[in-house]
Design a protein around this ligand. Structure first.
Ligand SMILES: [Cu+2]
Length: 173
């Protein structure tokens, strides 16, 4: 009987999480629609499907955030940079993770990231990520995080990130 209770709680948690994530997707879609009506900018061609960040330790100086985005247009789009409010962190870099002599190593994508026409790019732990440098405070599950993406044509897209409560942490972002 106890086991059944635990399982159903776990299902509820998973369901609750899905609800939160889809709520974010909805607002991201609305932003995309509003932008595309104004101007067919690079930002308006990018559809964000998932955007989340890892919760950090209290004294962490860096944090990692992930996004899944698709290019809905027939032209390639270049993401050149990302930023957060200065009250959140000093700067944001776009990183990729590579295996080098058996070691995982992070590298900054200094030229940004090209998303080809119709391509979907998924940032994820152990792969591409946004690196928040010089965090002013911890990223906590109950807090909000907003990242602004900037594209080659100067257009911008504001993305609300869901901060994921991390019960298990890995040392690799
Ligand atoms: Cu990194």
């Amino acid at each position: 009987m106890k086991k059944i209770t635990v399982i159903s709680l776990a299902v509820l948690c998973a369901f609750g999480l899905n609800l939160k994530v889809s709520a974010h997707n909805h607002s991201a879609d609305e932003t995309a629609e509003a932008a595309s009506e104004a101007k067919a900018s690079m930002a308006s061609h990018i559809v964000v499907e998932k955007a989340w960040a890892r919760e950090t330790f209290k004294l962490a100086r860096t944090g990692a955030a992930y996004i899944t985005m698709s290019n809905s247009s027939d032209k390639s789009v270049r993401l050149v940079s990302a930023s957060v409010d200065e009250s959140v962190a000093d700067m944001v870099e776009i990183h990729t993770t590579e295996m080098n002599n058996g070691m995982m190593r992070m590298m900054e994508l200094e030229d940004g990231l090209v998303i080809d026409a119709g391509e979907k790019v998924e940032f994820q732990p152990g792969g591409k990520h946004f690196m928040l440098m010089g965090l002013k405070g911890p990223l906590q599950a109950e807090k909000e995080l907003n990242i602004t993406l900037r594209f080659e044509d100067g257009s911008e897209k504001s993305v609300d990130m869901y901060i994921q409560d991390m019960r298990m942490r890995s040392s690799i972002d």
